[in-house]
Design a protein around this ligand. Structure first.
Ligand SMILES: Cc1ncc(COP(=O)(O)O)c(C=O)c1O
Length: 475
């Protein structure tokens, strides 16, 4: 599990000392580190052929920001169909937590695939589904007495949480946050308020959902400062929304990402999650923690909510849970997951192979990868934060563990978002062999696989710094 604060501080201090002590030696070692290898124009000839086919037959709704056509992956490295080698700081949108094709995960998948591919956990029983539910009940914060519903994706975990909250509370409404991303199925999309494109022409969405500003302190909706604001964004929910717009006794749940992902990698201040918990307790509203992106060790603790000393009533999990196989899970206290047989189910969900991959993934996370995310995340955050002091266009650097966002701006005073330049940075990084993704309007996210080592981390950050200088023409 995650590190204690004291242990994390000790590791950070020691790593800082050792970086100083071994500065020169490390620099020499880093020069010998494996680097990306780009041998063709991008996209290369074989990539172009795939792109042509893809453009002809695959839905144009996907948001590809550059033409990476990947053939294979190992650890933090992926190779494209033309043999170009990239350093992957996207981890397949935070999915390959244990790295690409971790040998232990691949072995487990192969063994399980040879035994049983599918049986449908909604109508039959098999060991892996029960074993994984037991494990998730153990590692998700809160009392051990929990139950798990399995789905195939993050959106399905969220749909489950929405239906369960309504069913259990017999209340119809939800509260969510601006900037939130909870998925793209109709229910989850109704909670999502990250980008207008995601909702355009899909109305009417689910009714009874109110969005309130997230604790985005760098761009506070109330123009206040933390902590003197006294978490105004949570007070607003009580003082305005619940008093004037939405009767609290009609609200089933508040949905929140403990660190906002697609919305821009926004880390709320320490008091935000506890204040939200207190509000939910006061009005007997369920608190749903969407850990789809921030969970499974990504932030240096198994779940991001643990950074804020808060427990939720329902948790949504997906992405990194099974190292790349499709799996979603909605975890709730047993007393909350009280619905009757037939009220919710899914044919493929929690299939034996995904469950086996998840059990192995969790074992690897518990045996070092969560700790690695905390240690290397601290190093990355320190190095990226130093850029803020050097360049005015680096507006904000924030994150926990290996979930870090760098928000680029026009200048430090106006903080004007620079979407085009952010996109140019992402594209140029691709050309130099580093796979990055944007988030929010003007942020770049750093989410490498949690198996990354220090040399690989510095190799990626070195490329990123060079790209920033090139795009912003900085010295
Ligand atoms: C916080 C959060 N919730 C839900 C989802 C939806 O997950 P999926 O794309 O697997 O449906 C995402 C996807 O990015 C996410 O980041």
């Amino acid at each position: 599990m995650g590190l204690t604060k004291a242990k994390a501080t000790m590791i950070m201090t020691n790593s800082k000392k050792s970086v100083r002590r071994n500065g020169r030696m490390n620099a020499v070692k880093r020069n010998n580190t494996k680097k990306p290898k780009i041998a063709t124009n991008l996209p290369g000839p074989r990539a172009k052929a795939i792109l042509n086919k893809d453009h002809k037959f695959v839905s144009p709704s996907y948001t590809r920001s550059y033409p990476a056509v990947v053939e294979s992956g190992k650890g933090v490295w992926v190779t494209d169909v033309d043999g170009n080698v990239f350093l992957d700081f996207s981890a397949g949108i935070g999915v390959v937590s244990t790295g690409h094709c971790h040998p232990a995960v691949v072995k487990t998948i192969r063994e399980q695939a040879g035994k049983l591919l599918h049986m449908s956990g909604t109508d039959f029983y098999y060991p892996n589904q029960a074993n994984l539910a037991e494990k998730l009940a153990e590692i998700v914060p809160g009392a051990k007495n929990k139950k798990v519903f399995f789905g195939n994706s993050g959106a399905e975990a969220v749909e489950c949480a929405m239906k369960l909250a309504r069913y259990h509370k017999r209340r119809a409404r939800y509260i969510a946050f601006t900037g939130a991303f909870h998925g793209r199925t109709f229910g989850a999309l109704s909670l999502t308020a990250s980008k207008a494109t995601q909702r355009r022409f899909f109305a009417p969405l689910l009714s009874g959902i109110n969005h309130v500003p997230y604790a985005y302190c760098y761009r506070c909706a109330y123009n206040l400062q933390y902590p003197s604001c006294d978490v105004a964004c949570v007070r607003h929910i009580e003082d305005v929304l619940l008093k004037k717009v939405v009767p609290a006794e009609e609200v089933a749940a508040v949905f929140v990402e403990p660190i906002q992902g697609e919305g821009g990698y926004i880390v709320p201040p320490p008091k935000f999650m506890p204040a939200l918990r207190a509000l939910c307790d006061k009005y007997e509203i369920l608190l749903v923690d969407d850990e789809v992106q921030s969970g499974m060790g990504r932030t240096g603790k198994m779940f991001a909510i643990e950074h804020f000393n808060t427990k939720a009533d329902i948790y949504c999990i997906a992405k990194g849970v099974a190292s790349g196989l499709p799996l979603g899970a909605c975890v709730a206290r047993s007393g909350i997951m009280d619905w009757e047989p037939g009220s919710h189910a899914s044919t493929f969900a929690g299939n034996p192979v995904s469950c086996a991959a998840a059990l192995k993934t969790i074992e690897l996370l518990e045996n070092g990868l969560v700790e690695n995310a905390a240690r290397l995340g601290a190093i990355a955050l320190a190095r990226l934060s130093a850029l803020k002091d050097r360049y005015e266009f680096v507006g904000d650097v924030r994150g926990k563990g290996l979930m870090i966002g760098v928000e680029l701006v026009g200048d430090a005073i106006t903080k004007e978002p620079v979407k085009d330049r952010r996109n140019a940075v992402v594209y140029e990084a691709f050309k130099q062999g580093l796979l990055l993704l944007g988030a929010g309007e003007s942020t770049i996210r750093f989410i490498p696989p949690l198996v990354i080592n220090e040399n690989e981390l510095h190799a990626g950050l070195q490329i990123f710094e060079g790209v920033l200088k090139k795009v912003f023409r900085a010295i």
